[in-house]
Design a protein around this ligand. Structure first.
Ligand code: WQD
Length: 330
């Protein structure tokens, strides 16, 4: 099976690449524009998997390069993970998100149609739901994204839904909650340049000694300890959810939330590193971050019932794998 993985050198993409390379009869091609990933990850994937795969530095906004790739690749399935994903950046530079995420997706889908590639698994996000007065989200909830990042993901979802209706392309849309954790080898993890916006990459920098303490944004949320609560899903469980979609998408399209169904607060996360890694994270409380909500987590039944998938790992595995990666990447 010839598989194209876009964004395959990124945090989620690189872990998914390893999962795909473990499968029999997979010829993998990875494309990535290296805007939010490092070329060194390619060698790490080769080293960990001892498998070969094709890699091409390619930006999905470059229609001609994409068409050439599809003519040669003869793909059977596409995993589409390439895209800009910072909520904060999307509010500062919305045009970049429309170009990268929507134009990139349109070019990709046009190439798929031109070369009769029928199946795609798309990396979407729970951010499409927006911030309602509820905590537990299921797939049939309305999508009212409150930032440009979430809006671009919703627009791509709508495009896929239309293409499915016209029987052009079947798709599985996976709405991730909060991916976290690292590869068991300690060689792959989320390690962006500069000061991270997200919680776990920030903690990684604290463990590495690059940052001194954690700013906890808000301690008066309606949660058990006042700090924000999220549904953190171990990257390996997230990868398994994608692999479970390969057979499903051959038959039909679907939309699934991918989370654990168990929300944890920021203080739970801090305590988990103390308990499972004997590592004390110093922190101070700061005002709430604009746009943050008290708590959001996934109603897990649909993926379990239809894909036969549910998360197997929890905070302990997330903390220990994160700690191992941070120490190794010091
Ligand atoms: C988690 C919690 C913060 C940093 C984002 C994107 C979403 C998805 C997942 C792509 C919140 C608190 C954080 C810090 C803190 N990405 N926090 N100090 O905002 O839930 O979701 O990542 O799909 O689209 O929006 O994740 O990790 O930024 O925050 O206290 O330095 O940690 O307030 O409660 P978020 P996050």
């Amino acid at each position: 099976m010839n598989i194209l993985l876009t964004g395959g050198l990124g945090y989620i993409g690189s872990h998914l690449a390893l999962g795909l390379l473990k499968k029999q009869n997979v010829n993998l091609t990875i494309v990535d524009n290296l805007s939010n990933s490092k070329l060194s990850v390619k060698n790490k994937i080769r080293f960990i998997s001892s498998k070969n795969f094709k890699f091409k530095k390619l930006d999905l906004k470059n229609k001609n390069s994409l068409q050439k790739l599809f003519k040669k690749g003869k793909f059977d399935l596409v995993f589409h993970l390439a895209g800009s994903k910072s909520v904060k950046e999307s509010q500062i530079d919305p045009k970049k998100y429309y170009e990268n995420n929507i134009l990139g997706a349109i070019n990709l889908l046009n190439s798929m149609i031109e070369c009769n590639v029928k199946d795609i698994i798309f990396s979407s996000t729970a951010t499409v739901y927006g911030s309602k007065k509820i905590n537990c989200y299921s797939e049939n909830f309305s999508r009212e994204p409150v930032n440009t990042y979430g809006l671009t993901k919703k627009i791509i979802e709508d495009l896929l839904i239309d293409l499915d209706r016209k029987k052009k392309i079947k798709s599985v849309i996976l709405r991730y909650f909060n991916p976290a954790g690292c590869h068991a080898s300690g060689l792959l993890g989320e390690n962006p340049e500069g000061t991270p916006n997200n919680l776990y990459p920030y903690i990684i920098k604290i463990i590495k000694g690059d940052l001194d303490f954690l700013k906890v944004f808000g301690n008066n949320y309606k949660t058990k300890d006042g700090t924000g609560a999220r549904d953190y899903i171990h990257i390996q469980d997230l990868v398994d959810a994608h692999l479970n979609c390969i057979q499903f998408v051959k038959k039909k399209s679907g939309i699934f939330n991918i989370g654990t169904g168990k929300p944890y607060t920021v203080l739970d996360i801090i305590n988990s590193f103390q308990k499972h890694c004997n590592f004390k994270i110093n922190y101070n409380f700061y005002p709430r971050r604009e746009g943050d909500i008290d708590i959001y987590y996934n109603k897990i039944s649909k993926a379990k019932k239809i894909l036969g998938w549910s998360a197997k790992r929890g905070l302990k595995e997330i903390s220990q794998s994160t700690f191992k990666f941070a120490i190794k990447s010091k």
